[in-house]
Design a protein around this ligand. Structure first.
Ligand SMILES: O=CC(=O)O
Length: 308
């Protein structure tokens, strides 16, 4: 009954030490080649190796080491194999910090000041109060709620949009395709935290940008595939969008000559918004293994019909 951590060995070693301390009853390995495949009941992966089902005939749960599962070909897995997303406090904190960084950077014109500094240009740009800035979040899952809670004390006007209806105190929530135009019409900054699915790929496109008030800004912490890159360039060119903070791109990294690298209105970071933190992630996985063993529902179980 082994949990096999099938990813980078450096972090695997960290996980091994934490598992040994906190769950000595659960065998843990981060060395696939030294692990008997038939012993593997729980498998932790980022990009799963090929043929996991034949390689690990006794696999009972597949754990994604990240919050997303779009990197896993769910259709290739047996429909009764539970797949679990990583939901742990460290990932939520990281995302809350990054989204806050993005909102503050856009609100307080940081991209312009970085450019002005390069040109020796000492010039203040007016900014309005947070209470007049409307921040909208696309996707209202666990990460979005962490972002909302972190943004709340600044006083921004918060709204949210998701596929299905949600109620969050102090947040004006919209849902479904029909709710999208009203949501967008009231966003000065829109943050994409959507899962990547067939329905959400390419959702950040010119149709969506044109539904935002002119001069709005975008933060994409979802996946690079959510964004139609050419549409963003046009929107920045025309002023429909005033700036973008992008933590994800398609592909990653972008080609060396890609216009996003040097665009003055784009802040680009190398997919670091949030990272699974071993200290807290290990507890989340151990708790889920114990839930699975006792037949209770695991936290983060992927709904295979929705792909997240
Ligand atoms: O992108 C990172 C993750 O899915 O955790």
């Amino acid at each position: 009954m082994t949990f096999l951590y099938h990813a980078d060995a450096e972090r695997g070693m960290e996980w091994a030490a934490l598992f040994a301390q906190r769950a000595p009853d659960i065998a843990f390995s981060f060395r696939p080649h030294e692990t008997h495949p038939a012993d593997v009941r729980y498998l932790g992966v980022w990009h799963p190796p090929a043929d996991i089902v034949t390689t690990y005939p006794n696999l009972q749960v597949l754990f994604s080491l990240g919050a997303g599962v779009d990197q896993i070909d769910l259709a290739a897995l047996p429909s009764d194999l539970p797949v679990v997303r990583m939901i742990e406090p460290g990932i939520c904190d990281g995302m809350a910090e990054y989204a806050t960084l993005g909102v503050l950077a856009l609100h307080r014109h940081l991209l312009s000041y970085v450019s002005q500094q390069r040109h020796g240009d000492w010039r203040g740009i007016r900014f309005g109060p947070a209470a007049e800035l409307r921040v909208g979040i696309m996707g209202l899952g666990v990460l979005a709620r962490a972002v909302i809670n972190r943004l709340r004390p600044f006083g921004y006007v918060l709204s949210g949009w998701s596929r299905s209806a949600h109620q969050i105190e102090g947040v004006h929530c919209h849902s479904g395709e029909s709710g999208l135009p009203a949501f967008l019409a009231h966003c000065n900054i829109v943050i994409c935290l959507l899962p990547l699915t067939g329905e959400t790929a390419g959702i950040l496109n010119s149709t969506l940008f044109n539904m935002l008030p002119k001069g709005s800004a975008l933060i994409n912490c979802g996946r690079g595939e959510h964004l139609v890159q050419a549409d963003l360039l046009v929107a920045l060119e025309t002023g429909q969008l005033s700036g973008a903070v992008l933590d994800v791109t398609d592909p990653e990294p972008l080609a060396a000559n890609h216009p996003f690298w040097s665009h003055e209105k784009i802040l680009l970071t190398p997919h670091i918004a949030s990272m699974t933190q071993p200290d807290t992630a290990v507890d989340a996985v151990i708790a889920n293994i114990r839930r699975h063993r006792s037949g209770t529902a695991m936290v983060g179980l992927v709904d295979r019909t929705r792909s997240y």
